[in-house]
Design a protein around this ligand. Structure first.
Ligand code: PXL
Length: 275
């Protein structure tokens, strides 16, 4: 298989197993050259910790991109996760316009009906624009509702999810991977909609709210997709891997801040090779 190169843009949370400290090892382990732009550096992620440091690298983003343009660098895909500010999102939109690559966006701004600390309505609007310019988006239900103006619900039927998918497509993306969609107790899953052709992959729901699983999910999806898997298969591989990582973390009560994904990577690679 031809070697692939992905650019990922997101923060470095030095401690906490999310964003770049998840994306870089997972995508690289999938055999993909992983180029990074760290959009900011934090001592930890922002959920569950207080007093974290935050170094903004926003103004480095266009400078890095200008240098790369002079080198004529090419990427097969650009994948973005957590971004620290509205300005960063606007720079990412510029980068996506300047480099001809598959655009994959995880809005990474909200969960369980609420925005992550530090984000506001203006940020949601800018992220809605970025998602509208993307080819593939991976929102959860909270993010989908915030971007489409649909009321957030924890209990819903097929029709509600189909409406969300339709409104997300209307924003612009061809492929929508809607995560955390569950219709029965003890189950959750992902809705995969490719230009309105909808399929569903259901799996076990583990009753523990884990940080960083959105990043593990999106990074694995990108790694599998870049290995030539179709969106449904990549979404399924990512879901199975995320569940394994949560399972591997459950027995360790001190490990509340992220998931232990590292020792699960060999199984992920096996799954990618076999599927
Ligand atoms: O995508 C999760 C994430 C990444 N980076 C930072 C975060 C979070 C979630 O809260 O705070 C800094």
């Amino acid at each position: 298989m031809e070697d692939k190169r992905v650019l990922t843009i997101e923060d470095i949370s030095c401690f906490g197993q999310c964003s770049l400290t998840v994306a870089l090892p997972i995508i690289s382990a999938c055999g993909i050259e992983t180029v990074v732009i760290p959009s900011s550096v934090l001592s930890t992620h922002t959920t569950g910790f207080s007093g974290y440091t935050f170094r903004d690298l926003t103004e480095d983003i266009p400078r890095i991109a200008e240098h790369w343009k002079s080198l004529d660098l090419k990427f097969d895909a650009i994948y973005t996760g957590y971004l620290g500010s509205k300005k960063e999102v606007s720079y990412v939109i510029d980068i996506m316009e300047s480099f001809n690559a598959l655009k994959i966006v995880d809005p990474a701004m909200a969960d369980n009906g609420i925005l992550y600390p530090g984000f506001d309505q203006e940020y949601v609007q800018e992220m809605t624009k970025l998602c509208g310019n993307a080819d593939i988006i991976l929102p959860n239900i909270t993010e989908a509702c915030m971007m489409t103006g649909v009321e957030y619900k924890t209990e819903y039927d097929d029709a509600y999810i189909i409406t969300l998918l339709k409104k997300l497509h209307e924003m612009g993306a061809d492929t929508v991977i809607l995560t955390g969609v569950g219709f029965e107790k003890g189950k959750t899953g992902v809705m995969i909609s490719i230009r309105g052709m909808v399929s569903y992959y259901e799996h076990r729901k583990i009753d523990r709210n884990c940080h960083g699983t959105g990043d593990v999910y999106a990074s694995t999806f990108v790694g599998a997709l870049m290995n030539g898997k179709d969106a449904y298969t990549a979404a399924k591989i990512a879901a199975d891997f995320t569940v394994r990582c949560i399972d591997a973390t459950l027995s360790d009560k001190t490990h509340w801040y992220g998931v232990k994904f590292e020792r699960q990577i060999p199984e992920l690679i096996k799954n990618i090779l076999e599927n």
